[in-house]
Design a protein around this ligand. Structure first.
Ligand SMILES: [Zn+2]
Length: 148
């Protein structure tokens, strides 16, 4: 497993331990340095926008002192939702690597397909189904436990 995806998975596991939906994200700078990492914090922050990708992008922008992450890549364990796909576009992320696909809430390969719209002015290169097994297992376990 690539190191950024491994760290994203660690963030997803930490999110699950906090009772959050287990999704983790990592931003890697053009020089290969990890400049942002986060798991979902919507419950803890009482913030519906506190998805892993949003928090990792914010952290990376703070770390690099810029609002555009040109040349940076984002790794996330689950297909981003439309909100996060929008933020990825605004941040000018170069490449998006995501784990499990999300037919119910995803906005990249499903639903809104944000990057395919004419109103989307920057689309990253997208690589899906990256190390999706562990991510999918984590989500399945999390939601199975909630149904009991
Ligand atoms: Zn999202």
């Amino acid at each position: 497993m690539t190191r950024p995806m491994q760290i994203a998975l660690e963030e997803a596991k930490a999110a699950a331990a906090r009772g959050e939906v287990p999704v983790g994200a990592v931003v890697v700078s053009p020089s290969g340095e990890i400049v942002g990492r986060a798991g979902n914090r919507t419950l803890e922050d009482k913030d519906p926008t506190a998805h892993a990708e949003m928090l990792a992008i914010r952290a990376a922008c703070m770390a690099l002192g810029t609002e555009r992450l040109i040349g940076c890549d984002l790794y996330v364990t689950l297909e981003p939702c439309p909100m996060c796909a929008g933020a990825i576009s605004f941040a000018r992320i170069r490449r998006l690597y995501f784990g499990a696909d999300d037919p119910k809430s995803g906005g990249v390969e499903h639903g809104a397909r944000v990057f395919s719209r004419s109103t989307c002015h920057h689309a990253p290169e997208v690589y899906g189904d990256i190390e999706s097994g562990p991510s999918r297992a984590l989500l399945r376990t999390f939601f199975a436990a909630r149904r009991d």
